[in-house]
Design a protein around this ligand. Structure first.
Ligand code: ZN
Length: 135
């Protein structure tokens, strides 16, 4: 269940997140001062206001919540597809809105361990999540 994409506008701030997949890396901003991870990317740390830099994370996480969309809301994005929020292993509140792929609907559950993979569209590498160890 892979959805066609409406691609993001790439900026200097979000470029690492959307292009890290070119080398198989999920890049998430981390504060050099308070060490908190943050997503979505911003110009500075949302906690302490100091500088952030993109760092490689494990790409492992768990499904926080999800829904299987079967309604066609946009003509270019065909259902069904799974919309999810994944909590990355690096921090309890580090959550990414994403899609789940290659997981049977009957297997979907909150708390399911997942691992990142990337869908390439032009120069954008969209992070999506699927079964652990199945990349
Ligand atoms: Zn900080």
């Amino acid at each position: 269940m892979s959805a066609p994409r409406i691609l993001p506008d790439i900026t200097e701030v979000n470029r690492p997140f959307w292009t890290g997949g070119a080398t198989g890396e999920l890049l998430i901003q981390r504060c050099a001062d308070c060490a908190r991870w943050q997503h979505p990317p911003g110009p500075s740390c949302g906690t302490c206001g100091r500088a952030v830099a993109a760092q490689v994370v494990s790409g492992r996480g768990t499904v926080f919540t999800f829904t299987v969309n079967k309604q066609a809301f946009h003509p270019d994005v065909r259902p069904p597809y799974v919309i999810a929020i994944v909590t990355l292993d690096e921090q309890d509140d580090l959550r990414l809105p994403t899609n789940l792929v290659d997981i049977a609907e009957a297997e979907l559950r909150c708390g399911l361990p997942v691992q990142v993979r990337f869908e390439m569209y032009e120069d954008v590498f969209v992070p999506v999540f699927g079964p652990v160890g199945d990349v």
